[in-house]
Design a protein around this ligand. Structure first.
Ligand code: ADP
Length: 258
């Protein structure tokens, strides 16, 4: 997957070459090179402090790189293609007195699109309802945002990112325990959305069993991309030791015989 695609160059969603970032003279990204082709659900794994969030921030144009180059859809001026990118943060710290309802919050997202002025309230509401329904949370439409559970808020943030119909979705894994038992898990939801919307997805994740089940490709980061490949290739003891620097138990894939 590192091999750059040479024909449909401008359609490659993500190309990063030798990306370097330092904070206070401490290198955090030490030459990150990777390519993500269209339509993949890739997982970005690595120990705490390995630079995963910093790398996502670079892709979003929020963090300046000190060397190297990032192109999204073949464009190195990232602001020009940001309308094609959605981002779901790990969490959103909300004060309980925050007054907007889910509907009002999501409508803010649509105001930023060029045709907002011409869209009726009815059309806006239809689009919001349809997106919430796609994610299985339509009943939250009129609920105050500040009263949602962690899992519900995470789903509303996903809806927020999907409203503008992105082609590339970047997600920071939500904190553990946001899924309610019996509900579709966060990972199943992302895999469903990725197929439904034909998205390219980069997902920062700590849950190696979920990566094993849902990712098509895995990048292990530790300042550099220290290994990459299919989940089967990356999630084994040697690769993980290389990525994490210490011995960790690999995820063992058991085939259940019924
Ligand atoms: P990860 O997401 O893999 O846990 P981060 O990208 O959040 O790692 O952080 C990588 C390292 O960079 C950490 O040591 C963190 O303290 C440092 N860091 C991240 N952002 C900043 C910043 N804005 N200023 C200074 N140091 C930072």
């Amino acid at each position: 997957m590192s091999a750059p695609c040479c024909n449909a160059h401008s359609t490659v969603p993500v190309e990063a070459r030798d990306v370097r970032v330092s904070f206070d003279g401490q290198p955090v990204l030490r030459g990150v090179t990777f390519t993500v082709p269209h339509g993949q659900l890739v997982a970005l794994i690595g120990p705490n402090g390995s630079g995963k969030t910093t790398l996502l921030r670079c892709l979003l144009g929020l963090q300046k790189v000190s060397a190297g180059e990032i192109k999204l859809f073949g464009q190195s001026d990232l602001q020009k293609v940001m309308h094609r990118v959605g981002y779901v943060p790990q969490r959103l710290a909300l004060d309980r007195s925050f007054v907007l309802s889910v509907r009002e919050f999501l409508a803010l997202r649509l105001r930023k699109t060029n045709n907002w002025f011409w869209q009726s309230h009815k059309r806006t509401d239809e689009l919001i309802r349809a997106t919430l329904a796609e994610i299985g949370v339509e009943p939250l439409f009129d609920r105050p945002l500040a009263q949602l559970s962690g899992g519900q808020l995470q789903r509303v943030l996903i809806a927020f990112s999907l409203l503008t119909k992105p082609e590339l979705l970047l997600l920071d894994e939500p904190t553990a325990g946001v899924d309610t038992p019996g509900e579709e898990t966060f990972y199943e939801l992302i895999a469903h959305i990725q197929k439904q919307y034909h998205l390219t997805v980069i997902l920062v994740s700590h849950d190696l069993s979920m990566v094993y089940r849902h990712a098509s490709h895995v990048f292990a980061l530790n300042g550099v991309i220290c290994c990459e490949g299919t989940p089967e290739q990356v999630l084994n003891a040697d690769s993980l030791k290389q990525a994490y620097g210490i011995h960790v138990s690999p995820y063992e894939h058991h085939h259940h015989v019924h």
